[in-house]
Design a protein around this ligand. Structure first.
Ligand code: ATP
Ligand code: MG
Length: 602
């Protein structure tokens, strides 16, 4: 079971005990939850450091690696980056920044069949967008193919590697299980000369795929299966995105990864927990080659509720057409989140907050959204838009008159200034801001109830028009001319304020209301016989046509973010060109009415 990190207490930060993991509440039973720590905790007490920083500071104090800090972010270019990768990027680049070191970007491009230039370009673009820079330190594992091969030859010469001629299935069969030792291949004791000859001929393309491979000669009875003579090279007559057809044998990830770290002089090789059992193998390779030995440190993968963070699964969603590409705003990819309207700042703050831990846990998506709202609240200009319009006619408004009102762009940021909004006798308001039979605590539009129109006037609905089916199609209201700007000379109290758009000046647009991709908290947990894709939420996208907004919306370009007052944060869809504007909902505002209702219902 993966413990879920509950978000509840974070909502009330002042209630959190000081210094207790920033108010985070863990449902897990692990007593030592190494949780961190601020974005750049340069000089905290040692106890306040996360376990990775503790290791690094201990190493630096001891003068290990000349006290250098050199990390790397090593993506496989076989998909787009997701928010889990953002955690690793923030950690690796963040450590280099904090300790005056370097962070390399290295593409682990050892698998020729799944990798594409498209991914290489997109990954670089996404890392830059997140706010990190590798300078000149861009590397490709494939640049080391010759050096890796030379090192393999050295291990053969040392009698520590051999060419095996079992089939892949036989190799699997000989490997044994966690309960039973493996069996040695009949080819294990080939002479160095014979191994060198076979390896050279493998490299020159004399053999078919699957007929031979190179294996490390370690221990077929080793309790760790990774140590049972792992395969180092296999024959693949495949074209590589960088080396073309120069090679027909390709290194296994496990043979390449540790050495690439070593060649680049990495001091702290930070990876996710599943590589813990590979560490003894990496150590074995480095020790037997006698080359620079980085320290590997494993941390827990990021998992978030209501989504999946696995490139394989995300690729499947794209390939099956279940989402609109890698940049579908519902995807947890950096691409998708960018198009959804996320800010790099929000992602960095989230990653800094969750910190690094040594055990797997799942974070609630609400936590991510909290950091998103917090940032957008500070940075987004406010606009008025009505997503489900119904007409409101002010019957006592002077014919043809248009008033120009001044609206504040961002109450959180004075420098954002003000704008002018036209107000006329025919407006649009939200359909659900009107109730014909309203309860006592309803402070929005209802017959006889006075309501403030934001920045405008007090209005009172006195009649409705209905269609043949009895649906309300138009509201008729009067206004108080003395209430312009939201107050009256007599200081009359009006509880409700609603947003509106002047019908004559309205900009029309389509709103895409995005929600959680999956309908269950943990879509990785599937019942027997169930497909994880059946857990996709049917409500993850609602397209609303016929929305209206104030005229200034027309000035916004692709990627620009706004807060539609009382509704949510939106971004102009970057892929919408020409025609009607499209706004993607980044995240809804918290709706105080539904919260109240929720409370009332217990
Ligand atoms: P996936 O399982 O999604 O395919 P991966 O681990 O195969 O991911 P890589 O391209 O190999 O993807 O990952 C690059 C780096 O990002 C690795 O160091 C990996 O450990 C790290 N990483 C990947 N997923 C996560 C995650 N969910 N949380 C934290 N770090 C991650
Ligand atoms: Mg991987």
């Amino acid at each position: 079971m993966i413990p879920l990190v509950r978000f509840a207490i974070l909502l009330a930060p002042d209630l959190a005990p000081s210094g207790a993991g920033r108010g985070e509440h863990m449902t897990s039973e692990h007593p030592s939850s190494e949780h961190s720590s601020a974005e750049h905790p340069s000089s905290g007490s040692r106890e306040s450091l996360d376990f990775v920083r503790q290791i690094i500071e201990t190493d630096r104090a001891a003068g290990k690696h000349g006290s250098r800090v050199h990390t790397r972010f090593p993506p496989e270019p076989n998909g787009y980056l997701h928010v889990g990768h953002a955690k690793s990027i923030c950690l690796n680049f963040g450590l280099a920044q904090q300790y005056g070191g370097t962070c390399n970007l290295r593409f682990d491009d050892t698998n020729p069949t799944k990798e594409e230039q498209e991914y290489v370009d997109a990954i670089q673009d996404d890392i830059r967008w997140l706010g990190f820079d590798w300078g000149d330190n861009l590397f490709f594992a494939s640049d080391n193919f010759q050096r890796l091969y030379d090192d393999a030859v050295r291990l053969v010469e040392l009698g520590k590697a051999y060419v095996d001629s079992l089939t892949p299935d036989e190799i699997k069969d000989y490997r044994g299980t966690i309960h039973a030792p493996g069996r040695e291949s009949p080819h294990r004791d080939r002479s160095v000369a014979e191994n060198l000859d076979l390896l050279t001929r493998m490299r020159h393309g004399e053999f078919a795929e699957g007929t031979h491979c190179l294996r490390a000669k370690i221990d077929m009875a080793h309790p760790n299966l990774n140590m049972r003579d792992p395969v180092m090279y296999r024959i693949r007559k495949a074209h590589h995105h960088r080396t073309g057809d120069a090679w027909c044998i390709y290194p296994m990830y496990d043979w390449a990864h540790g050495q690439c770290d070593s060649y680049e002089g990495i001091t702290h090789s930070i990876c996710t927990l599943e590589f813990e059992h590979h560490r003894p193998l990496y150590d074995w390779f480095l020790d037997n080659l006698g080359i620079h030995h980085p320290q590997q440190i494993e941390f827990a993968r990021l998992q978030i509720t209501y989504t999946v963070l696995s490139k394989r699964k995300l690729l499947e969603l794209v390939q099956d057409g279940l989402v609109d590409g890698w940049d579908d705003p519902r995807m947890p990819t950096i691409r998708g989140m960018r198009r959804r309207g996320y800010t790099p700042e929000a992602l960095r703050k989230f990653c800094a907050h969750i910190g690094v831990a040594k055990f797997n846990s799942m974070h609630e998506i609400e936590l991510l959204e909290h950091f998103l709202r917090e940032d957008l609240n500070k940075t987004s200009q406010r606009r008025m838009a009505v997503l489900d319009p119904i007409e409101l006619v002010i019957t006592d408004w002077p014919e043809g008159k248009v008033d120009t009102l001044t609206a504040v762009n961002n109450p959180e940021d004075e420098s954002a200034g003000t704008r002018e909004v036209p107000f006329g006798g025919r407006l649009y308001v939200e359909r659900d801001d009107f109730l014909e039979d309203a309860p006592k605590k309803w402070f929005r539009l209802a017959p006889g109830k006075e309501v403030r129109l934001r920045y405008g006037y007090y209005v009172t609905v006195h009649g409705v028009e209905k269609d043949a089916a009895g649906n309300v199609v138009r509201l008729l209201a009067t206004h108080d001319p003395e209430s312009r700007g939201g107050e009256t000379p007599d200081g009359r109290k009006v509880r409700g304020t609603i947003h509106w758009v002047s019908a004559e000046h309205a900009v029309r647009f389509e709103a895409r209301l995005y929600d959680r991709l999956f309908s269950v908290e943990n879509p990785n947990k599937v019942e027997e016989g169930q497909d994880w894709k059946q857990l996709l939420s049917p409500d993850s996208l609602v397209v609303r046509g016929g929305c209206v907004g104030e005229p200034s919306l027309a000035d916004l370009g692709g990627g620009e973010r706004v807060q539609f007052e009382r509704t949510g944060y939106f971004v102009v869809d970057s892929a919408s060109r020409g025609g009607e504007m499209v706004f993607n909902r980044t995240v809804a505002l918290k709706d105080s009415w539904s919260r109240q209702q929720g409370r009332a219902g217990g």
